[in-house]
Design a protein around this ligand. Structure first.
Ligand code: SAH
Ligand code: CA
Length: 239
């Protein structure tokens, strides 16, 4: 493996028993099936100072499965960064599928854009450079077209606002559709005393604890807390 390529330890959030186990999962089940263009994007992103924000390949693999299970055609992504989860989504959607991709920062999206263009899926992407809340509200303003109009959403930005996103997404996603929240175990800090949590994690930790409690009590959705990546909560809209 080239020196500047990503290693398993670059993606591990420490939720598993050992780094070796994580490496085993990646090497046995994930990397052999990861499309070449996603590998390429992953390696481009590896040199970014905030590379750790990119969706881990094992989490991506689950996302691909969920997209297929709901036959996703119209989806929303909140938090694009260099586009790993976005490219994965665009590759998985049918030819006439659309993903509305929202991020405050277009520059990082442009890092991955050449790869997206090369593989010919740019036409499925509607990138919106915006704060997520107003962008979601704008979708809801056009109620007739958008309420219940989406099959799937992936949320991976601005953790303190997840509940606000949830209140909007629950209306945008159709009954039976799926909303996935990333980083819901926040490095395992949700189950640690604050005294062992680094200062920089505290604010999001509080918001995540609150979110997890609220999602658990939310009768509008079926949930599954998956302990992969940095913790992923899958919500399926029930009514
Ligand atoms: N899903 C991405 C990782 C997203 S990282 C991947 O697979 O690589 C989080 C992203 O959220 C960053 O790109 C950041 O610019 C964006 N972000 C942060 N706050 C935001 C907000 N309030 N609204 C929209 N995007 C935001
Ligand atoms: Ca994430």
């Amino acid at each position: 493996m080239a020196k500047d390529e990503a290693k398993a330890s670059d993606f591990s959030k420490g939720l598993l028993k050992s780094e070796e186990l994580y490496k085993y999962i990646l090497e046995t089940s994930v990397y052999p099936r990861e499309p070449e263009v996603l590998k390429e994007l992953r390696n481009i992103t590896h040199n970014h100072p905030q590379a750790g924000m990119a969706t881990a390949p094992d989490a991506g693999q689950l996302m691909g499965m969920l997209l297929k299970l709901v036959n996703a055609r119209k989806t929303i992504e909140v938090g694009v960064f260099t586009g790993y989860s976005l490219l994965l989504t665009a590759l998985t959607l049918p030819e006439d599928g659309k993903v509305i991709a929202i991020d405050v920062n277009r520059d990082s999206y442009e890092i991955g854009l050449p790869v997206i263009k090369k593989v010919g899926v740019e036409h499925k992407i509607d990138f919106r450079e915006s704060e997520a809340l107003p962008a979601l509200d704008e979708l809801l303003n056009d109620q007739k077209a958008n309420e219940g109009g989406f099959d799937f959403a992936f949320v991976d930005a601005d953790k303190v606002n997840y509940w606000n996103y949830h209140e909007r997404l629950i209306r945008l996603i159709k009954v039976g559709g799926i909303i996935v929240y990333d980083n819901t175990l926040w490095g395992g800090s949700v189950a640690e005393p604050d005294s062992s949590t680094p200062e920089w994690r505290i604010e999001v930790k509080k918001a995540t604890l609150e979110l997890n409690k609220k999602l658990s009590a939310d009768q509008r959705v079926q949930i599954s807390q998956a302990a992969l990546g940095d913790g992923i909560t899958i919500c399926r809209r029930l009514y």
